[in-house]
Design a protein around this ligand. Structure first.
Ligand code: C2G
Length: 130
């Protein structure tokens, strides 16, 4: 069984999130998604997240592509997760290209093209302009 992992905040869940989860699942047989905790997002400078962790988990779960959801709580957790869950491939959007190359000693790392013209930031800005 080929195990895949991917990570994200998934705030204001949108088509780009849906697409990457769908394509991540297509990379293997079992998909684990690490959803960032509120404190980890604050720590890494993502200060404008609107949805609660519970809501973000619910939205990820509702896609139907995900076999298991875990919480990402600290920088460096990815290495622990890859070993703990015996991961074959880490999938992440290509806005992160090169940033996870150090994980290639533990598993395959696949950067998938981001869905164009949609982002949580854009949705936040649109709703604040209305
Ligand atoms: N994404 C995408 N297309 C978009 C927007 C996002 O493919 N238009 C992808 C991102 O590339 C990422 C995933 O959706 O792989 C989740 O994106 P975010 O919620 O913005 O989370 P991010 O900050 O990228 O979390 O440890 C955290 C992760 O490393 C990345």
């Amino acid at each position: 069984m080929r195990k895949v992992i991917t990570y994200g905040t998934f705030d204001l869940f949108h088509q780009g999130h849906y697409n990457i989860l769908k394509r991540a699942k297509e990379q293997g047989d079992y998909l684990i998604v690490g959803v960032t905790s509120e404190s980890y997002d604050i720590e890494r400078g993502k200060l404008s997240v609107q949805d609660s962790l519970t809501q973000r988990i619910e939205n990820v779960k509702n896609t139907g592509f995900v076999d298991e959801i875990i919480i990402e709580e600290y920088l460096g957790q990815k290495i622990r997760d890859i070993i703990k869950y015996d991961i074959d491939v880490l999938v992440i959007g290509d806005d992160w290209r090169g940033r996870f190359d150090h994980l290639k000693q533990y598993c395959e790392v696949v950067y998938l093209e981001r869905t164009k013209n949609i982002s949580s930031t854009q949705i936040r800005e649109q709703s604040s302009n209305n």
